[in-house]
Design a binder for this molecule. Sequence first.
Ligand code: GCV
Length: 840
Amino acid sequence: MNRSEALGAVFFLSVGLLRGESGYDAWLRYERLSGAALDQYRQEVPAVLATLDESVVSFSARDEIVRGMRGMLGRTLRAESSVPQESAVVLGTLEEIRRAVPAWRLEASLAADAFWLKTVTAGRVNYIVITASNDRGLLYGAFALLRKIALGEPVANLDEREAPYAPIRWVNQWDNLDGSIERGYGGRSIFWENGRAREDLRRVGDYGRLLASLGINGCSINNVNANPRVLSPDFTPQIARIADALRPWGVRVAIAVDFGSPKSIGGLETFDPLDFKVAEWWKSRLDGIYQAIPDLAGIVLKADSEGRVGPSTYGRSHADAANVLARALKTHGGLLFYRGFVYDHHMDWNNPKNDRARAAYDNFHDLDGKFDDNVVIQIKNGPIDFQVREPASPLFGALEKTNEAIELQITQEYFGQAFHTVFLVPMWKEVLDFDTHAGNAMASTVKAVAAGKTFARPAGGFAGVANIGLDENWSGNQLSQANLYGYGRLAWNPDLSAKRILDEWTKLTFGADSKVDNTIAAIQLSSWRTYENYTGPLGLQTLTDIVGDHYSVNVEASERNGWGQWHRADENGVGMDRTVASGTGYIGQYRPAVAKMYESLETCPDDLLLFLHHVPYSYKLHSGKTVIQYIYDSHYEGADAVAEYVRQWKALRGRVDEQRYSQILAQLRYQAGQAIVWRDAVTTWFQRASKIVDAQGRAEHYPGRYEAESMKLDAYTVHDIAPAPAEDASGGKIVACTGAAVCTATLDYNGEPGWYTLNVEYFDLANGISHYRVFVGKQLVAEWSGDLRLPSRRMDAGASTRRVIPGIALRPGDEIRIEGRPDGREQAALDYLEIVREKN
Ligand code: GCV
């Protein structure tokens, strides 16, 4: 039996003793080992931990090792400050170890933050040495050693060096000072409350620990739609408190600022970046902040975008804007992140040559070489805005004399928020591995360019928009924690495979039961494709409510507005023509080899077809299937896949602690229902638009479905779903309980006798908690409340929720009665009842 088999065997013995887990410990659970694995590690891990380095970060490393070993091995290592004569774990920088034990001759050149795990044997004494060139490297080495043990990997005869791929490995918080979070789905901010840093910042420290375990070294702590107050002198102590909480974990704090601050809070008449008074103001204000926080990592700036002011007010360039701040930061070693997300959201949609995807390149390409060396252009992975599928932004391959960082969105704004499980690492990998064909170096992948390798830039790396909040499980969805883990692991080493990252996360988070691990892998690794299948395949982007919650399905919302997320679907065809030959010319922004591939229909990948080309619905994909049939099929496949996730997860009962088991089951069940809502809305919309019917006859044809409006209604009244799009409700109509305390919808069942599942489609709004009861005859068979924390405040597809009631015996003549009690603005509304025969 190898070590992981041993761990697996032990797991089975402990089934039944699984205590409930909230998810707070995430992947740092340090679950107690047992059996052969425990015996082996107890032999291999010495009793003493010698910490030679005396920095606060090294003390975190020391304490983490003690904590981890105590958890996994049930042993408390004896902490010492010099190398003992007996076996020990030794934690010290190369220089400190050389000084303490020159005989070990530990020679290596280690980059900043890199670490080396090395077994040193002196006679019968063994040392596990964790060394680095700086204290952060020691901390990362400590986490790496603990991860090895938790994963069941050997720790005897160690000789492993790891260096981070890129110097910049940051997270961005879009947390507002009032405690809300823009696009945050894991609860309120752990940083801010009522305009100040929270009184109790322990949670920030715990977050720092999670980040450090992944090698993340910077955190921008407020929304890029920045409140100018963040720069007021009296606010600096608030930032300093947060910096103090993160410092022990080697995470440096950055802030996002508003470009108009010199005027709005500085008392100047202008914020023109070329005005010397403005430059002086930035300098003196940042000097003030550095006095309080000498290790401030830098500034993030969103300018001239989505209503934020910027240099265009004075006819100045983005380089003028970036450099005035960069120069104020320079003496302090700070970086200025200038966001490449600059576009016009008032574009004329009637002009077929207009194209938001062009914006980043058009805005920044000509400025290459004009930015100071401590400016980093932070570029979203795709040219639009974190859609379910986009090509890599052409700007990556277009800047040779400018630092870059890739911005990835960990929070699932367009990916079902906290309600859908979508593991984003496979998508990020595709972008990171994409060859830009920039330069003539060997490495011209997006990751190499962004990390500064391709053009030997002094700075570069990763910025991830984080998905955490005050929810006990951090991200509002247990399985979404994998995205933060995956982001951090990729920022450290983008060459890791999605599978490897997921396997690590699963074992650390749920333990080493191969059935659990395989099931989670099957769900997570297919989840991006599944979500794409039911929300917007072939490069349509996410067909969501662009002008609303970015959650609900709304195919038309992308069109006829200035936001530019157009897919140009009409009765004749679908897709944005971005070709050079006849379209917006966007494809010409790529290097010739890439442009050639995208420009031709023969070589354009099907997954991006409709992002790059406009084609008739009957256009045949490489697979031979027509575009329209693919749209139908993929939506059915996507919805079926989520239903399968539910079945797979249910097989894990008893193998995962009950708390997380039932939370994940509820989440997947909800997702399965929403996938059907998406499926039905999109297929209905396209069937009506294209006038080409689904060859399999599924769209708008739902066996076993009884529309609520066709049931016998008592006090319920029938309404069009409008203003939500007609396809948001089955049959376009709903029933709502508007003028009574209780309403009922009744159906006389006349089908075959047998066992059935009843699916009740109802509307769960954010502003009320209705109550529902379902009776068969006089017998109450189900009862629930519409109390999910969904974003919708009106009856639309985002509120449409499915209640599944399995195992119901029906006979002809049975009366099925749904009773709804409204609450506030939530009107206990119903869409339909579906009666599905169960297999025996
Ligand atoms: C912080 C998208 C989001 C906005 C976000 C913006 C950005 O448009 O919907 O909430 O604002 O991106 O990245 O700046």
